[in-house]
Design a protein around this ligand. Structure first.
Ligand code: ZN
Length: 347
């Protein structure tokens, strides 16, 4: 596993709708592990094996990350924010933030001192602001403007026991996993087409997924995202289920999922002696899978998720053991796929 490439992805910013830098990085890496790369009108990046094959499997991960947008600059040069995706303002207090404006600039999210009453208990996005050190609005607009995007400044951190903490493991881990799967497949003599897609805008509107599904019209799609590990203090496991780091990839079960794909994934897991965990998605999955399923004549989908702690925070935490298992699982699944595979639930 090329851990350095994951670190590069994690340290490259891609706020939802502004994914260019990470997409170019991903495409450049994928040139070595695909027969063709493509882009489209909505910011998706594609890497394809056997583009002429009739039977097409899509493996998709979203390349964007949550962040902020600049809403207002006040006369004193303080900068107010709007959420870009599901970001938590409470966790932003005290963080460094990079604004990707005319000229990139870093500031901090101010926090009211305990001496002065401390941070409000019910904090909303309207209560936080960025302080870049500007003395007035004029200084600020030299660097940035309304509508610019911003992300946390956070370098990925390796932890004990083969674990990693970073912002945006949701879903740079997925972008990495599909890249490594392609790397495993490039020198195999496949008789099916494999379409790896790093989608845009999942965290905000899943528009990338819609056009990726429509463009490829795959016979099946596996969506690689992250899900909530619940193996840390204070999580109510009776309510949220038991999901742990190091216990393997998480398969979704429920109405949106094609159970025949799950059976094939389970067969691969058994062959490789990989443990699986299961999550329930009775109605919707809350991922690109929902959107891809509804493209064309309907796409059979499965959702394979990496368990991570502290979702949507700057310290999301995952295990490299799970990442490796997911790469192996998907590689084996694709190697076993036959063009005659019938995924129609009624036959
Ligand atoms: Zn995600």
């Amino acid at each position: 596993m090329n851990k350095d490439f994951l670190l590069k992805l994690l340290n490259t910013s891609s706020p939802s709708g502004m994914e260019k830098e990470v997409q170019l990085l991903w495409l450049d890496y994928m040139k070595n592990y695909s027969h063709k790369t493509e882009t489209d009108n909505v910011g998706n990046a594609y890497a394809i094996l056997n583009p002429d094959a009739d039977f097409k499997v899509m493996i998709a991960a979203h390349g964007d990350e949550i962040g902020f947008m600049i809403k207002r600059i006040d006369d004193k040069g303080f900068i107010y924010l709007e959420k870009l995706g599901g970001i938590s303002p409470k966790i932003a207090i005290g963080m460094k933030i990079k604004i990707m404006g005319k000229k990139e600039i870093t500031g901090i999210v101010g926090a009211n001192a305990e001496h002065h009453g401390g941070v409000k208990e019910k904090l909303t996005i309207d209560d936080i602001y960025i302080d870049c050190g500007f003395r007035n609005k004029e200084e600020a607009i030299e660097f940035l403007n309304i509508g610019d995007m911003a992300v946390y400044v956070r370098t990925a951190q390796l932890l004990q026991n083969n674990r990693i903490s970073s912002k945006a493991l949701d879903n740079k881990s997925g972008s990495f996993i599909i890249a490594e799967v392609m790397k495993n497949l490039i020198d195999k003599n496949l008789n099916i087409g494999v379409y790896a897609v790093n989608t845009s805008t999942e965290e905000t509107n899943q528009g990338g997924a819609y056009f990726a599904g429509s463009r490829i019209a795959p016979n099946l799609a596996i969506i690689c995202d992250v899900t909530f590990a619940t193996d840390y203090p204070s999580v109510n496991q009776s309510k949220h289920g038991e999901y742990s780091l190091d216990k393997g990839p998480v398969l979704a079960k429920g109405a949106p999922i094609n159970s025949k794909i799950n059976l094939l994934l389970e067969k691969s897991a058994k062959e490789l002696d990989i443990n699986l965990q299961y999550e329930l998605t009775p109605g919707r999955t809350g991922t690109d899978a929902d959107t891809i399923k509804y493209t064309g004549k309907g796409v059979p989908i499965a959702l394979v998720s990496l368990p991570i702690r502290y979702m949507h925070s700057p310290v999301e935490t995952a295990s490299f053991n799970d990442i490796q298992n997911e790469i192996d699982l998907l590689t084996n699944f694709i190697l076993n796929l036959k063009p005659s595979t019938n995924l129609n639930p009624l036959s």
